[in-house]
Design a protein around this ligand. Structure first.
Ligand SMILES: *[C@@H]1O[C@H](CO)[C@@H](O)[C@H](O)[C@H]1NC(C)=O
Length: 620
């Protein structure tokens, strides 16, 4: 920031203080001049932030409707000055929805503000702010007789273009402009026409003066702290390659890239937050999400990172991040998607597929940037060919970058920022609805009967309908059995929900005996053999009677292969047999209804248990 600007600011503030004092001293005269009763309380808009009004204590009149969530309030009881004055009034219970007068008192900045829901207003959390305020009912003080409201009014209508000693503030109407720019802007806006400093632009001179004690005016803290780009609210973890093979020069390029990204992202508490983990043999957190909460601090910290050396254990680093990084203590925010960007020089020295799957299942979106990846004759050395595509949730190229040379890496910064901020498309991490291969094993024995068989198919369709079905989301397959077994359709046969549902409808009733054990064995070989390694394998078996063969061994084989088995019995099904087939604990995986017409009751219970089980998976 130029010295000139600082000097200009300082002089404007001085001028302002003089005016304020003048205003108070000549209060009587002034009130006469402006023909305003001295107890007039200024009316402000809902979106006026406390930081815009420099007085340490003031009374204002709020209009109705300030409980609207668009007027952001940060904190509870004590509010960050970045909050709507009137919104805080409603949140604190001092102000009703119909508006009214409130007394506002400035207090010191806090290291954290906690959002709560109160009096119909949801306030937000903010890690820190330079100044706070509290609100109380204005009747608690005899303010009507003091000059402050009038002084405040002058403050609010002041024009820096007017020489302070020769004329009093214009008797213009109350003119706080209702700007609600989400971020403070560089200081010192000048109106082209009049040369007046627009004192009420966010981030302009008086705003800063309100935040910063006068003696600090010459320090850096005049720089407005950005709240961050609200259109890119993500919690981001960069995994950077610190392995020995990368070399000093490339490591420096990597840091420069990180700094470029930090700059482009506009880091801040209401926008993206970014932490960095460096990996080599082992990973280590350089800084977490809340260590540096603006782009400038982050860039300074990035510059200081030193290379760890060692191997390139990316899989281990991803597991580390899944387990440790996105914790509340590290600044993880509930409403912001978790994103990991992995930088890899060449290829990893360990496998990434499994650790990435677990990361995605815990809700982390993974991007891979491979720089100078393996060329054809190097591919034989790779631990895991095509590792980047195995790590990401879609192989359509959105989540992967392949950069030919470190020296061209800088061109990736802008497209990366664009994709990371595209929060709509980040919803591709795994959920219980989009990450399974579900194989139905359907009893087609004679005892079921044609009508009931239709009900069973309806049941299969009703369960399938709950899932997100596509070739990259949940896939459905089906086997029908009697003494014999047949594959009705495999996992990769149909790629949409509509196709799956119509295929279920078309399954023809077979009729015959009941060899459930053999059917499980068959399903493992013919159906689950084709399941992808990154899918959860769920078998849902429906039977109406006791099996002719032993189910014990096939059931154990299913458990060993990681196929989670739900056993659904109807009518003559033997409950102890259901419990043997079902995955442990049996009470969560076996269901019994006494007749086919009651089968529908198990649909929501099965879905619920599938999701509960999914969500209770450990994060490592
Ligand atoms: C399937 O869903 C339909 C529509 O909700 C319902 O009428 C029917 O009873 C359900 N049947 C089974 C077996 O779940």
């Amino acid at each position: 920031m130029g010295i000139a600007v600082i000097t200009m600011k300082a002089s404007v503030i001085e001028m302002f203080l003089v005016l304020l004092v003048t205003g108070i001293h000549s209060n009587k005269e002034m009130t006469k001049k402006v023909k305003r009763p001295k107890n007039t309380v200024p009316q402000i808009h809902c979106d006026i932030k406390a930081g815009k009004i420099i007085n340490p204590e003031f009374i204002v009149k709020c209009p109705a409707g300030c409980q609207d969530p668009k007027y952001h309030v940060y904190g509870t009881g004590v509010y960050a000055s970045y909050s709507s004055v009137c919104g805080a009034g409603v949140h604190s219970g001092v102000l009703g929805n119909s508006g009214g007068k409130i007394l506002v008192r400035k207090v010191a900045g806090q290291s954290g503000y906690k959002g709560t829901y109160s009096n119909g207003v949801q306030s937000l959390s903010l890690p820190r702010w330079r100044e706070s305020f509290i609100v109380s009912g204005e009747t608690t003080k005899a303010y009507e007789t003091t000059p402050e409201p009038v002084a405040l009014m002058q403050a609010l209508t002041i024009s820096a273009a007017e020489p302070p000693h020769t004329s009093l503030p214009k008797p213009s109407p109350f003119i706080i402009s209702a700007t609600s720019s989400p971020r403070p802007q560089p200081a010192g806006h000048r109106s082209q026409e009049t040369g007046e400093v627009d004192l009420w632009k966010p981030g302009s001179v008086l705003l800063d003066a309100g935040f910063v004690p006068k003696e600090e005016l010459s320090t850096q803290s005049l720089e407005p702290v950005s709240l961050g780009d609200p259109n890119c609210k993500v919690d981001l973890s960069f995994l950077i390659d610190g392995s020995s093979s990368i070399g000093k020069r490339r490591f420096r390029i990597q840091k420069q890239f990180l700094a470029d990204v930090a700059q482009a992202l506009d880091i801040g508490p209401a926008g993206p937050l970014m932490g960095v983990v460096q990996y080599g043999d082992n990973p280590a957190t350089q800084f977490n999400l809340k260590t540096h909460m603006n782009s400038q601090d982050l860039k300074t910290a990035i510059e200081k990172i030193t290379q760890r050396g060692g191997l390139s254990n990316v899989g281990r680093a991803i597991s580390f991040v899944t387990k440790n990084f996105f914790s509340n203590a590290n600044g993880n925010r509930g409403g912001a998607p978790n994103v990991v960007v992995v930088m890899v020089d060449g290829w990893p020295t360990d496998k990434v597929e499994e650790s990435s799957r677990l990361a995605r299942e815990s809700g982390i979106n993974i991007f891979f940037i491979t720089i100078e990846g393996a060329v054809e004759n190097e591919k034989q050395h790779m631990v895991e060919p095509n590792f980047a595509n195995k790590a990401v949730c879609r192989t359509n190229g959105f989540y992967t970058f392949s950069v030919q040379s470190w020296f061209g890496l800088h061109k990736t910064a802008a497209p990366l920022v664009k994709r990371v901020c595209d929060t709509e498309r980040l919803a591709c991490s795994k959920t219980c609805f989009n990450s399974a291969d579900i194989g139905f094993v359907i009893d087609g024995s004679s005892s079921v009967g044609t009508g009931n068989f239709r009900t069973v198919l309806q049941f299969v369709a009703n369960i399938s309908r709950e899932f997100e079905i596509s070739d990259t989301d949940t896939r459905i397959g089906a086997v029908q059995y009697t003494y014999e077994q047949r594959l009705e359709f495999g996992f990769d046969r149909y790629r949409s929900k509509a196709d799956v549902l119509s295929a279920i409808k078309r399954v023809g009733y077979w009729s015959g005996g009941t060899s459930t054990g053999a059917a499980i064995q068959y399903a493992l070989e013919q159906l689950f053999q084709q399941s992808k390694s990154n899918k959860r394998k769920l078998m849902i078996l429906i039977t109406d009677g006791r099996s002719y063969d032993d189910v014990r061994l096939p059931a154990m084989a299913a458990h060993h292969r990681g196929v989670i088995t739900y056993a659904v019995g109807v009518a003559w099904a033997a409950q102890e047999e259901l419990e043997i087939m079902a995955t442990h604990p049996a009470r969560d995986h076996s269901f019994f209804v006494d007749e086919f017409d009651h089968l529908y009751q198990s649909v929501p219970r099965i879905i619920k248990n599938i999701c509960t089980e999914f969500n209770s998976q450990p994060r490592n």
